[in-house]
Design a protein around this ligand. Structure first.
Ligand code: ADP
Ligand code: MG
Length: 346
């Protein structure tokens, strides 16, 4: 399966934007394009009219740079080169972006007790969620055990010089569940650097909102109904956002049906098995989009109880976890500070 088909199954995963209406002063400018195998959209509310012409160019250049470092789809990306690097115990020097993402990855791995693990890719591939396409039957115990041998974030050391050192020759990284979030944070830096203070940035469904809309009201983001049948415009919850990121990890657009049961695309790296806790979507609010993105995947693995316990421990982090129960009804687990607006409307 090519990247294009993979992402076609995950279209702008969960978010529908509720456009601002009203005619207050200030111009709203939109930038858009493609990155990381998906699309991005930026809305800037600028006092300048027209805004800086080079903003689109600066955003594209920055996203291109991040993608060239983190993509596992580009053979020559830094991550791909690190994955091929087989010298155990030797330093592999990396760029500032790769290092920032690896440090966040180590943090999410530790916070989640290993439920989130950026080295899990061999298992993802084994279970049929890699570029090879769906597996027809579950892998054997033996193949799972062999793959687990090369999995474990603690098999990579981030040394004091900021270089990576492999402790196991087979260990590889796949940062796809936090890369879009990091891309959003990188665009936020570009916009702030250009003097902008009110904007909404979205890459493939992960968002950061700063300031307010043109009409002075908070940005509002819609979360899709967690159901494979739901269209991308079907709004389930509306979350007001200001100076925060929101990311959703969901299973309802990417799964394999096995004897009538869904097989999750999220794998528990401690057992080598797809998760079966019934979590169909996890939405996380956090100060940075990279943390929100990674924690959303972590919480999918941890399940509602352990997941929420982690979220409650973290400052300025909130979550909504949706579990599908037998009979197809949805059970919601929200952290104490998670606020939504009642009825989806304007
Ligand atoms: P999306 O990419 O649509 O945002 P997620 O954020 O849920 O979806 O990320 C899913 C991807 O994360 C999977 O395709 C897989 O590559 C990877 N993954 C699966 N299980 C784990 C895990 N336990 N820890 C880290 N990454 C994982
Ligand atoms: Mg994600």
């Amino acid at each position: 399966m090519s990247r294009a088909t993979v992402t076609a199954l995950l279209p702008g995963l969960t978010l529908a934007f509720l456009a601002g209406s009203g005619c207050a002063p200030g111009a709203e400018h939109r930038l858009e394009g493609r990155t990381m195998g998906t699309t991005y959209h930026v809305t800037v509310v600028s006092r300048e009219h027209p805004p800086r012409k080079d903003l689109q160019e600066a955003v594209d250049r920055r996203l291109d740079e991040v993608n060239r470092q983190l993509s596992t789809w580009l053979e020559d990306s830094e991550v791909s080169r690190f994955n091929r690097f087989g010298a155990v115990g030797e330093e592999f020097p990396i760029s500032g972006d790769f290092l920032r993402v690896m440090r966040a990855a180590a943090e999410i791995h530790a916070l989640s007790d290993g439920a989130w693990d950026g080295t899990v890719n061999p298992l993802v591939v084994l279970w049929g969620f890699g570029p090879g396409g769906p597996a027809l039957s579950p892998p054997s115990e033996e193949r799972i055990a062999r793959a687990l041998g090369g999995v474990g974030f603690d098999k990579i050391e981030i040394n004091p010089a900021g270089a990576l050192v492999k402790r196991h020759a087979a260990v590889t990284v796949d940062l796809s569940s936090i890369a879009k979030g990091y891309g959003v944070d990188a665009v936020v830096e570009v916009l702030r650097g250009a003097g902008e203070a009110a904007f909404l940035v979205e890459i493939g469904g992960e968002v950061f909102a700063a300031g307010r809309r043109r009409d002075g009201r908070p940005w509002r983001v819609g979360i899709n109904r967690p159901d494979p049948e739901a269209g991308p415009e079907e709004v389930y919850k509306v979350v007001p956002l200001g100076g925060q990121a929101l990311a959703t990890s969901g299973d309802y657009r990417s799964y394999v049906l096995e004897e009538g049961r869904r097989r999750s695309h999220v794998i528990d790296p401690r057992t080598g098995q797809p998760v079966t806790n019934g979590v169909v979507s996890a939405t996380v609010l956090a100060p940075t989009c990279m943390m929100a993105d990674g924690l959303a995947t972590a919480v999918m693995v941890m399940g509602p109880q352990k997941g929420l316990a982690l979220i409650e421990r973290l400052d300025e982090v909130e979550a909504l976890i949706v579990v599908e129960r037998r009979g197809g009804f949805f059970e919601e687990h929200a952290s104490s500070g998670f606020r939504t607006e009642g009825a989806p409307g304007r």
